[in-house]
Design a protein around this ligand. Structure first.
Ligand SMILES: [Zn+2]
Length: 389
């Protein structure tokens, strides 16, 4: 019986040892599994953190560019003088974006160095000990889990910062569109109010306003651009002032008569006038004029005339009328109905023959129509130019 008992005790002991060993082994496996899972999660978190960092970097780069551009607008003299209700929201939206960018910068700096968990790419770099000590592996797993958690928190912070920045950037973009639309609307109203201003001042400002109205061109909305709009408005007003003063000046009555006559001939081509002592280097003793014509913007032209034209007109010299008709003739080739006559075989786009023939067609068979300067056009040319009225 004793012998059996010994066997039994040994068996119990062996079983106990067996159970202990089994428990030890099982714990080690669990620890290993937990550590493996933790490393897997850490890998994914580190990847998400990298993505979040990339997203925030891209966002802050674009937002910083926009903030820097709008800053030049807000710093411009034109903006400082602007009392439009759309101005303050733009300034405030810029402040909001600056705050978001500062916060984003703080997060980027604060964020746990990615190389901490990522140094080994999250891969398990711990050297496998020859004997697995379960509690050590458990500790390691817990540490990796904590790293994964921190990476997750950091990634969320970066994503939130990116969202906040994106929101602030969008709000700034909207405030900018609203502001420049208001600038454009005021500019358009200025053009309508200053109807006497030169066509050139209206056209130049119109191009700037088209840019201000078009959000697709927002990259050009700098402080310098806003200043140029303001300068364009000033040029327009100055021109209006000049025209009004001239209209009111009885000494300039003859010019008004000449300009009105030219406009009566121009068939809708808008005319600006420049009066000068000399035109093309010709002053006293010469009747001289030029026409600089643009087919764009509805068709318009700058006609320059020297003082001698004014004088001759006042004296009743028909040559003055003839040269004015010649200059208006120059502007007519841009008209749809006249262009083929001008470019066709009869004129082959000869500007001086065309303008001279056009003037003669109005009855000015005189030296001043251009005959003296360029020779007399053929009868066929005169007849052809007369087809353009
Ligand atoms: Zn000419």
């Amino acid at each position: 019986m004793r012998a059996r008992r010994v066997v039994a005790v040994v068996a119990v002991a062996a079983a106990t040892v067996g159970i202990l060993a089994g428990g030890f082994f099982g714990w080690g496996v669990l620890a290993e599994q937990r550590a493996d899972a933790a490393y897997e999660v850490l890998d994914a978190r580190v990847e998400s953190l990298d993505d979040a960092r990339g997203a925030l970097e891209a966002r802050t780069r674009s937002a910083q560019g926009e903030a820097d551009r709008v800053r030049t607008v807000v710093a411009s003299g034109a903006f400082a003088a602007d009392t439009d209700p759309a101005a303050a929201p733009l300034r405030e939206a810029l402040v909001s974006l600056d705050l978001a960018l500062t916060a984003a910068g703080t997060h980027q700096a604060d964020e746990p160095a990615a190389d901490e968990p990522a140094e080994d790419g999250g891969a398990r770099a711990v050297e496998e000990p020859p004997v697995v000590i379960p509690w050590q592996v458990m500790d390691e797993a817990a540490e990796v889990e904590a790293q994964a958690y921190r990476a997750n928190v950091a990634a969320n912070e970066l994503l939130t910062a990116a969202e906040t920045t994106a929101g602030a950037e969008e709000a700034l973009g909207e405030a900018e569109v609203t502001y420049f639309a208001a600038v454009a609307a005021r500019g358009r109203a200025e053009i309508e109010t200053n109807a006497l201003a030169s066509r050139k001042s209206q056209v130049d400002l119109g191009y700037l306003l088209a840019q201000a109205e078009d959000p697709a061109q927002s990259a050009a909305w700098h402080g310098g651009f806003l200043d140029s709009v303001q300068a364009g408005v000033q040029t327009l007003r100055d021109s209006q002032g000049l025209e009004e003063a001239e209209l009111a000046d009885p000494a300039l009555e003859t010019r008004r008569e000449i300009e009105a006559y030219a406009r009566s001939l121009s068939a809708g081509v808008e005319l600006d006038f420049v009066w000068a002592p000399e035109v093309s280097g010709l002053g006293e003793g010469w009747l001289s004029g030029t026409a600089e014509t643009y087919s764009s913007d509805g068709g318009w032209s700058i006609i320059s005339l020297n003082y001698s034209v004014e004088q001759a007109w006042a004296e009743g010299d028909e040559n003055a009328r003839a040269i004015v008709a010649h200059e208006v003739g120059h502007t007519q080739f841009i008209r749809e109905s006249c262009e083929p006559l001008f470019t066709g075989p009869v004129f082959s786009s000869d500007h001086e023959m065309w303008a001279t023939a056009w003037s003669i067609g109005l009855g000015y068979d005189l030296p001043g129509s251009g005959i003296e300067a360029y020779g007399r056009p053929s009868d066929e040319q005169i007849a052809t130019a007369a087809g353009c009225r």
